[in-house]
Ligand binder design. Structure first.
Ligand SMILES: Nc1ncnc2c1ncn2[C@@H]1O[C@H](COP(=O)(O)OP(=O)(O)OP(=O)(O)O)[C@@H](O)[C@H]1O
Ligand SMILES: [Mg+2]
Length: 277
């Protein structure tokens, strides 16, 4: 049931207001590590905990959009990024809105290449809607292109999902480097908000070794909750539901609820700064 929601916030300013939603990018340039699954189910977990959440599908693969079964509507993130519309959220379920994506978005990086301030577009688009939500979660594509730069420039925090397998740790220094560069050039208050171990299987020795390695590298930035490998999480996109609507008694639901609680504790204790150049 898609319908327009999340209308303007009466001119409160994204950059200066004390009362504003927290914007979080789910980022890892490596593919298939659980970014989309985590965006969807942390978003839904925060809704379970009484928060109002906006998801932004910033990936031309549109997996997040498809996972919620939102049909192609007239307005997507593509039109907004290209200056043809404002951000238009659709309601996925009460408390959970989404700005949908579409394959055309893959052309946006080329189309915007000569646009002045091209890394700031999403931040500006968020300004009139960010205060309608407690949390805005941005699902990044598996790349380091302009779309990802827009997500990081618009965010207070980056959450990094990491699959607990050998190759997962290969890109860690690159991730830190990119976040540092964006912080220096585009968004002074960007912080790594945490690292999430995904698809974890405690029976696999290798998984445990990788978790040790991640903890050595990121210290207490690693969330205590690890997302276990769980078949219901893999099935739920084909049912076009988040895990709490699909199988609320599954390990997947248990883990994502625990992670959402941990995120709330971590971020609501911290004083959130506004993105600023
Ligand atoms: N905890 C889990 N247990 C089992 N399967 C999972 C789990 N988390 C994610 N998956 C599955 O793994 C695959 C990759 O996950 P997902 O799409 O979330 O990764 P991604 O980082 O968004 O990928 P991409 O980089 O392509 O956008 C999907 O098929 C998803 O259903
Ligand atoms: Mg994805």
């Amino acid at each position: 049931m898609a319908g327009r929601s999340g209308t303007g916030s009466g001119g409160r300013l994204f950059f200066n207001s004390e009362f504003m939603g927290t914007v979080i990018s789910l980022f890892n340039h490596k593919g298939g590590v659980g970014k989309t699954t985590t965006t969807l189910n942390v978003g839904a977990g925060l809704v379970e905990l009484g928060k109002r959440v906006l998801l932004i599908d910033l990936d031309p693969q549109a997996n997040l959009t498809l996972s919620l079964g939102i049909p192609r509507e007239r307005y997507t993130i593509y039109e907004a990024m290209c200056g043809e519309s404002e951000l238009v959220p659709y309601e996925a379920k009460p408390g959970l809105d989404i700005v949908i994506s579409v394959l055309d978005l893959s052309g946006a990086e080329m189309e915007l290449v000569n646009e002045p301030g091209r890394e700031m577009i999403l931040r500006e688009l968020l300004e009139p809607v960010v205060n309608d939500y407690d949390y805005v979660l941005i699902d990044c594509p598996p790349s380091l292109g302009l779309l990802t730069m827009n997500a990081l420039t618009a965010s207070h925090y980056v959450l990094i999902p990491l699959q607990t397998e050998y190759l997962a740790v290969q890109g860690l220094s690159k991730i830190k480097q990119v976040v540092d560069k964006v912080r220096f050039r585009l968004n002074r208050s960007l912080q790594i908000g945490g690292v999430i171990a995904t698809m974890y299987d405690s029976r696999k020795v290798l998984n445990n070794q990788i978790v040790d390695l991640i903890q050595k590298y990121f210290g207490d930035q690693v969330f205590r909750t690890m997302i276990r490998e769980n078949v219901a999480l893999a099935e739920s996109p084909s049912k076009q539901k988040d895990i709490f609507s699909y199988q609320p008694a599954s390990n997947g639901a248990e883990d994502y609820l625990a992670l959402s609680r941990e995120i709330l504790t971590r971020f609501e204790d911290a004083s959130v700064q506004t993105p600023s150049t």
